[in-house]
Design a protein around this ligand. Structure first.
Ligand code: H2U
Ligand code: ZN
Length: 359
């Protein structure tokens, strides 16, 4: 006998286990709000130290220091970009492929890997940088995206930041990586297919339409300015995952005007201040921008955005792991996207280290 399906409002859904669809990846996440209170006897992470010197003689990113492999950093005063000394991809990789009955399949992959230092100051982080310093970082990203996109064989440019040792960052010095390569990687390729299908069906942009809904509803909104908004997406997998969206329909950073570039720095700072204030620690995350492919084709379906994937769950010391059901079936979360957004909205918008101590 078929079970009767009744229609619920989104708020009634918050009380029962349900699945939410990510329209960008067309994957489902299981949400179990009733589990959020369960006791925790698992692994407890060490709280990272916030105490860093402005200059660290042993840091391979600080100005004037030598890097592994022998190169020496210049005495840079703002930002600094260099080719990764241990690149995952190399430009001169020969073109070759393997295909054994469609079962053992491989292709060589050419690419370019760079590291971008955001500041000469070893102890600075995005939430504690000035808007002028952040604008300089945005300008470097735009320059890098544009110049890499001009290389004929480059198809995708991934700008990403690992922050915190738990997310694989090798160094607290503020920096990010850029990997540019010849083929579309999995995540952007999946998103591209969804964006294209939506645009083809409705002649409108999936992320413009989604942002409009979120701005109207407000319950998953974290922060915004005139050019950008940040939401905990309805389909978020990580507890405090966020999606940063441009308000204007732009496909890549080089389409942003000067004012929007300033506001990109502002929204990065607003969001990361809220992250740090949540547990009063330098909040770990992996983040990265998704921009339209660099294949020389028009991409009206593509909408500039960034994903933030922080691993922390309920405090500075408890981390979420993607194990068990999540590896074998699909991701699952206990705290809802709405609760996470309310938590992020509820913290101060001034960094906890920048507020005057109580007298
Ligand atoms: P992560 O902190 O996200 O791992 O980025 C640091 C990168 O810096 C990493 O990819 C590179 C590593 O290969 N690196 C150098 O290029 N030169 C060095 O001297 C050490 C690290
Ligand atoms: Zn340093």
């Amino acid at each position: 006998m078929m079970k009767k399906v009744c229609v619920m409002t989104p708020s009634e859904l918050q009380q029962v286990a349900h699945r939410r669809l990510n329209p960008l990846t067309r994957e489902w996440v299981l949400v179990s709000p009733h589990r959020a209170q369960r006791p925790w006897l698992g692994k407890v992470e060490k709280v990272p130290s916030t105490d860093q010197p402005a200059y660290d003689p042993s840091c391979y990113l600080c100005p004037g220091n030598s890097r592994a492999g022998g190169a020496r950093n210049p005495a840079y005063e703002n930002t600094f970009v260099f080719d990764n000394d241990y690149p995952a991809l190399m430009p001169d990789t020969p073109d070759a492929s393997v295909d054994e009955s469609g079962l053992i399949v491989a292709r060589t992959e050419a690419g370019i890997c760079r590291v971008v230092c955001f500041s000469p100051r070893h102890d600075l982080t995005i939430p504690r940088m000035t808007l002028a310093e952040l604008r300089a970082v945005v300008d470097v990203w735009v320059e890098q995206y544009q110049s890499l996109a001009e290389i004929p064989w480059i198809r995708h440019i991934q700008i990403f930041e690992n922050r915190g040792f738990s997310m694989g960052a090798s160094n607290p010095h503020p920096h990010c990586q850029i990997w540019a390569n010849a083929s579309m990687p999995n995540e952007p390729a999946t998103e591209q297919a969804s964006l294209q299908a939506y645009y083809g069906g409705r002649a409108s942009c999936l992320l413009c339409d989604y942002l409009q809904m979120e701005l109207t509803l407000g319950e998953r909104l974290v922060c915004q300015n005139d050019a950008f908004a940040v939401v905990v997406p309805y389909w978020a997998v990580w507890p405090f995952e966020t999606l940063l969206l441009s308000k204007r329909h732009a496909g890549a950073m080089n389409e942003l005007c000067a004012m929007e570039r300033n506001l990109l720095g502002d929204i990065l700072r607003q969001l990361t201040i809220r992250y740090d204030n949540l547990f009063e620690i330098p909040f770990p995350y992996s983040m990265g921008f998704h921009q339209h492919p660099a294949d020389g084709q028009p991409h009206p379906e593509w909408h500039l955005h960034a994903h933030y994937y922080p691993p922390l769950l309920r405090s500075a010391t408890v981390q979420k792991f993607m194990v068990g059901y999540e590896m074998l079936a699909n991701p699952q979360r206990d705290i809802t996207a709405e609760t996470a957004a309310a938590r992020l909205r509820g913290v101060a918008d001034v960094h906890y280290l920048d507020t005057a101590p109580d007298s």
